[in-house]
Design a protein around this ligand. Sequence first.
Ligand code: GDP
Ligand code: MG
Length: 172
Amino acid sequence: MTSKNIPIPKKLVLLGESSVGKTSLVLRYVNHFFDSRTEPTIGATYLTKTIDFPKYSLRLQIWDTAGQERYHSLAPLYYRGAHGALVVYDVENLDSWERAKEWVKELKSNGDPNILIDIIGNKTDLDIRVDPVEVASYCEENGFGFTETSAKTDSNVDEAFSNLAKKFKVDL
Ligand code: GDP
Ligand code: MG
């Protein structure tokens, strides 16, 4: 049997300030729906999604927080062992972009040194206040991918996850 038939497990975590839309992005991506009353948590667990590439498949374990980021105290256990992280900010909320950069620092100091990081600017259906040129140049300097999304209108949500997933190293 080839690895195409056996999805390779990869842990992916979402990080970012409370209310930027992390849970909404996961629910949109995995379950294809958006609910403006989304609870702040889907629980301290993960959802899975299989993603197929021409030569292999990945079984993404997508971890969402249970809202603990509100207290700025996310246990390193949450992102330990993660292969990738999507660090999310809200394009309308300048402070959420500043917070995103703090999460990156925390990942860099406490996470797996090889973790892949992409930045997501969510809520593009609203006013864009965070300058995407600034974010893009920060991402370029750091070797991060950058995708702007709207979980509400389903803009670029699949791309945000697959752009990161396709960078995961796979031994065939
Ligand atoms: P989390 O705390 O980061 O998990 O954020 P949530 O997913 O709970 O979303 C917080 C609020 O933002 C909810 O009211 C969502 O409906 C709303 N929201 C999430 N994504 C979007 C989006 O793309 N556009 C708009 N307009 N609202 C969004
Ligand atoms: Mg949430």
